[in-house]
Design a protein around this ligand. Structure first.
Ligand code: ATP
Length: 479
């Protein structure tokens, strides 16, 4: 199992992902992506967009980070987007009360009210993790970052804590101008901000992060017509959690006994996307929310958990938000957001698959990172590798650099290509292995005679000779 500290060191050393403003002592919960990290992240987002947006009845949008504050009143965020906070009376350090209890007592406290959390903390003498001082009783802390808009003071607005709400308030305009027919989805990729009490576990819990979300609107009496992808998955149902039973393997179609057809449809397609992207199925688990932990808007929620070095944790949340949001915005704005579905006027129900980009990128890196005495390899799916093909001249003479440049220029039109002429060939291969480059191409003496190159494969380390004219097609077949 990968250790978080080791992975973190690797990512920071390679400038893939690192804390922001390190020279000022960094800033908890904020991270920057360097040249390789940004390519991985962009590729992941592109794959998601290609899979869910371009080929389905789902359209994209790009909404504001700061929107009208009424939106957050209607959504319930101003009243209910909060976590339980405790503060040390001595050193003033702040902690999330539920996380403290979970870590200390290894018990699930999702959904417990403040009074009960406080009681458990007192019964078990849970003190400050930093100085051992006494903690105040838990109180709620709203996670939205606020700011002031315009020159007049007191005009409070919020940085969005999720991308979802803008899709609800823009639904009428986009629905009318696009398909105008249910089912219909709106998708968005963008930054969200949460003033997390204890940001931790690297980018897993940041204060600024990215989400890829779909709001999928449907008539609650309709059903998907597509057949489900066939998969066997690890599932931890609500009832198994309540009975303290472990998770177990189940056919995805079995979930139809536990939740609605549209929910199973989005669970199955989300799981399939993750596996196709390169995540190992055995590191994924579906967990149904217990009744106590369901958010105020949710009829049912299933998380896709990943087995991180610090345990099974949520990477994707798939919620049935019913007609909560459209009804709330109708009420608060005075505009009726119901639509016609055939002859019937309905408030569509909404299924929301919500992917955290940073948590997904982190999981992909964990699954891909392999080390042995010989080498360190990032076995990323070629589609998301930051460099897809590296081109080397064997030596820097006899027209090899010129020929290599020619090949590099040709390939860089289609792939993320990199040119390297420094160090021994062995070292150049190892450098590329460590950043996940699936293919390396070497131009040598024979190339100048017969126009063939050596193509070296990252995972098997096999080498083969390929005609330059066939290269592009050969590589494309692997993506
Ligand atoms: P958690 O219980 O871990 O705080 P959540 O249930 O509040 O997460 P959602 O509101 O369902 O998370 O957000 C959808 C997705 O956004 C999550 O599945 C996760 O991938 C991502 N996400 C949420 N909060 C953060 C964060 N602080 N840092 C990074 N990603 C996050």
């Amino acid at each position: 199992m990968v250790k978080l500290a080791e992975l973190q060191k690797f990512l920071v050393d390679k400038a893939i992902i690192f804390p922001t403003a390190e020279m000022y002592g960094s800033f908890a919960g904020f991270f920057d992506y360097g040249p390789l990290g940004v390519e991985i992240k962009r590729a992941v987002k592109q794959e998601w967009w290609n899979r869910f947006v371009s080929r389905r009845e789902v359209v994209g949008m790009d909404g504001c980070i700061i929107t009208h504050p009424k939106v957050w009143e209607a959504s319930g965020h101003i009243q209910a987007f909060q976590d339980p906070l405790v503060e040390c009376k001595k050193c003033k350090m702040r902690f999330r009360a539920d996380q403290l209890v979970e870590t200390k007592l290894k018990m699930n406290v999702e959904g417990l009210v403040l009074k009960d959390l406080g009681r458990i903390m007192r019964e078990h003498d849970i003190d400050c993790q930093k100085c051992g001082g006494e903690l105040i009783d838990p109180r709620y802390f709203n996670l939205m970052f606020s700011t002031e808009v315009g020159a007049v003071q007191g005009n409070t607005a919020y940085l969005r804590p999720e991308t979802a709400q803008v899709m609800f308030v823009d639904f009428p305009r986009i629905f009318k101008s696009s398909r105008g027919k249910l089912p219909f989805g709106i998708a968005q990729i963008g930054r969200s901000f949460r003033n997390e009490i204890s940001p931790r576990n690297f980018v897993f819990r940041g204060r600024e992060f990215e989400q890829m979300e779909i709001e999928y609107f449907f008539n609650k009496n309709s059903k998907p017509t597509e057949t489900l992808p066939k998969m066997e998955v690890t599932v931890w149902t609500r009832s198994a959690q309540e009975k303290k039973e472990p998770h177990k393997k189940t056919k995805i179609s079995e979930l139809l006994k536990l939740t609605s057809e549209w929910h199973v449809y989005w669970i199955a397609h989300s799981m399939k996307f993750l596996v196709d992207l390169g995540l190992r199925l055995e590191n994924l688990r579906l967990r149904q929310h217990t009744k106590d932990e369901l958010s105020h808007y949710a009829k049912d929620t299933w998380d896709i958990d990943y087995n991180y070095p610090f345990g099974w944790k949520e990477m994707v949340g798939i919620s049935n938000r019913a007609d909560f949001d459209l009804k709330q915005h109708s009420k608060f704005s005075g505009n009726d957001l119901s639509v016609l579905d055939g002859d019937e006027r309905v408030y569509p129900f909404v299924m929301e698959p919500s992917f955290g980009v940073d948590r997904l990128v982190m999981a992909l890196l964990i699954d891909a990172w392999h080390r042995d005495d010989e080498r360190q390899t990032l076995k990323l799916n070629p589609k998301i590798a930051p460099v897809q093909v590296a081109v080397f001249p064997l030596v820097n003479k006899e027209s090899m650099p010129e020929k290599s440049m020619e090949v590099f220029n040709q390939l860089s039109n289609e792939f993320r290509a990199f040119y390297d002429d420094k160090g021994s060939i062995g070292r150049r291969y190892r450098r590329q292995d460590s950043i996940g480059t699936p293919f390396c191409i070497t131009i040598d003496g024979q190339t100048l005679e017969d126009d063939t190159i050596t193509l070296r494969h990252r995972d098997s380390m096999n080498q083969e000779r390929v005609k330059i004219g066939k290269l592009s097609q050969k590589l494309s077949e692997s993506f």
